[in-house]
Design a protein around this ligand. Structure first.
Ligand SMILES: CC(C)(COP(=O)(O)OP(=O)(O)OC[C@H]1O[C@@H](n2cnc3c(N)ncnc32)[C@H](O)[C@@H]1OP(=O)(O)O)[C@@H](O)C(=O)NCCC(=O)NCCS
Length: 379
C-alpha cells in the first residue's frame, strides 16, 4: 500500500498511543498523573508516592510506600564495576556519562535475562534508584570528592542531596528537590518518552529503552534547555543591571534565536509546572541570598511574554532553582532524567503489557521512481 497522507511537521497534534498514565490539556494548562492534578501532587506528595502512582496507577497505602522505599534503598548502592567505569570516563557532558553508565547498569542487573513483567518492574525500581546514585556520584566526583554510600534511612530526594554533597540536607532543600522530582516525573508522549516507547515496542530490554530516552532528553529542544537557561543567566552576569537581561534577550529575539526555557508544543497557556518552580526559584534564591537569578529570570519572562507571547516551560525556573540549591550546571539535565525515569519506565511497562510494534510511514518526497540505474562509468 502507498500512503499519500501529508504528515504534520513534528507529528504535532498526532495521537500516537493510548495511555493510562498522564493527562495533559494544553489549552487549560492541566497536567495530571493518573487523574491526580499536578498542583495537588506538588503540594502534598513525595517522589516515591508519585513513582508508585505512575507504576501502579494508584497512590500507595502506608505499607506499600514503606515497601517501595525499602526496595529503592536496597537498590541504591552502585556496583563496584560501574564505579570503576565511572572513574575512567573523561570529563565531559553529564548526559553523555549518564547515557554510558545507564547502559552499563544493564550488565550488572540480576534480572538481565529475565523479561517477565515482574522482572521488568524490579528493573524499573532499580533503574530509578541507581540513576539517582549515578548522577549524585558523578556530581561528587566532578567536584573532586569520592563516592558516598547511600543512607537507607533517607528518602529519595534527601538521599540524592546527601550523596551529592556529603551533608544531610535541610528540610527546605529536601522538600524543594522532592517537589522538582514530582514535577518532572512524567509528561505524556514527550520526545524522550516516545523514544522509550518506540524502543520498547520492538521488545528490546528495559535498559535499552531507557538509554534511548536519555539520548532524546539530552537535546537542547528538550531536557538540555534547563542547562542552557542557566548559561544564559550567567552570560548576562550577576552584577549587571536587570536592563542588561532585557537587552540580551531582545537582541537574541531580533536575531531570531530561541530563548531557552520558553515555548511548548502542547501548552498554550502557563505550564502548570512553571508556576511551582517560579515560586521555588524565588524562595530558594532569597534563602541563598542570591535573589538576582530569580529577578533576572522574571525580567526575561516579561520581555519574552510581551515580544513573543511565549510562556516559560518547566526548564526555565528549574535552572535558577537548582542553582540556588548549589547544584552544578552539568547536572541539571541529568537531574531531569533522575525524575523522568519514573515516567519512562511506567510507559515502557505499559507498552510491554499491550504491545504492537510502532512502525509509522513516511511521505516520500525524493527523486521520482523509477530512476534508471547507470553503471559507475556512465555517471
Ligand atoms: C519547546 C519547543 C521545542 C516547541 O517547539 P515547536 O512546538 O516545534 O514550536 P516552534 O519551534 O515551531 O515554534 C513556533 C514559533 O514560536 C517561536 N518560538 C518557539 N519557542 C521559542 C523560544 N523559546 N524563543 C523564541 N521563539 C520561540 C519559533 O521561533 C516559531 O516562530 P515563527 O513561527 O515566527 O517561526 C520550542 O518552543 C523551543 O525550541 N523552546 C526552547 C527550548 C526549550 O525550552 N525546550 C524545552 C521544552 S520543555
Amino acid at each position: 500500500m502507498t500512503t499519500t497522507a501529508k504528515p504534520k511537521a513534528g507529528l504535532e497534534d498526532t495521537v500516537a498511543a493510548s495511555s493510562e498514565i498522564c493527562y495533559l490539556d494544553g489549552e487549560r494548562g492541566v497536567l495530571a498523573y493518573c487523574g491526580y492534578d499536578i498542583h495537588d501532587l506538588a503540594r502534598h506528595a513525595t517522589f516515591e508516592e508519585v513513582c508508585h502512582l505512575l507504576w501502579h496507577r494508584r497512590l500507595p497505602t502506608r505499607a506499600e510506600l514503606g515497601d517501595l522505599q525499602s526496595q529503592l534503598a536496597a537498590a541504591r548502592p552502585l556496583p563496584e564495576g560501574l564505579l570503576r567505569l565511572m572513574r575512567t570516563l573523561p570529563a565531559g557532558d553529564g548526559m553523555d556519562a549518564l547515557r554510558t553508565l545507564t547502559s552499563a547498569l544493564g550488565h550488572y542487573d540480576p534480572d538481565v535475562t529475565d523479561h517477565s513483567a515482574r522482572a521488568n518492574y524490579r528493573k524499573a525500581v532499580r533503574l530509578t534508584a541507581q540513576m539517582a546514585s549515578i548522577v549524585a556520584t558523578m556530581g561528587r566526583m566532578n567536584g573532586g570528592g569520592g563516592p558516598i554510600q547511600p543512607d537507607p534511612v533517607l528518602g529519595h530526594a534527601a538521599n540524592f542531596l546527601y550523596m551529592l554533597t556529603g551533608e544531610r540536607p535541610s528540610g527546605l532543600a529536601t522538600r524543594a528537590f522532592d517537589v522538582a522530582l514530582v514535577l518532572h516525573a512524567d509528561h505524556e508522549l514527550n520526545a524522550s518518552t516516545f523514544a522509550a516507547r518506540v524502543a520498547a515496542a520492538t521488545l528490546t530490554d528495559i535498559h535499552s529503552a531507557i538509554v534511548a530516552a536519555i539520548c532524546a532528553l539530552k537535546g537542547p529542544l528538550h531536557g538540555g534547555a534547563n542547562a542552557d537557561v542557566m548559561r544564559l543567566l550567567l552570560e548576562i552576569g550577576q552584577s549587571a543591571p536587570l536592563e542588561k537581561a532585557e537587552e540580551v534577550v531582545r537582541a537574541k529575539l531580533a536575531r531570531k534565536e530561541k530563548i531557552p526555557g520558553f515555548g511548548h508544543r502542547v501548552y498554550h497557556t502557563e505550564d502548570p509546572r512553571a508556576t511551582h518552580l517560579r515560586q521555588m526559584s524565588r524562595d530558594l534564591g532569597q534563602r541563598a541570598e542570591q535573589p538576582i537569578w530569580y529577578e533576572m529570570s522574571e525580567r526575561i519572562e516579561t520581555v519574552v511574554k510581551s515580544e513573543k507571547k511565549l510562556n516559560p516551560n518547566v526548564d526555565f525556573y528549574s535552572a535558577s532553582t537548582y542553582y540556588a540549591l548549589g547544584i552544578a550546571i552539568e547536572l541539571f539535565t541529568p537531574i531531569f532524567a533522575v525524575s523522568r525515569v519514573s515516567g519512562w519506565t511506567a510507559h515502557v511497562l505499559e507498552q510491554y503489557a499491550n504491545n504492537r510494534l510502532i512502525r509509522p510511514r513516511a511521505e516520500y518526497i525524493g527523486p521520482q521512481y523509477p530512476q534508471r540505474y547507470r553503471v559507475i562509468e556512465e555517471r
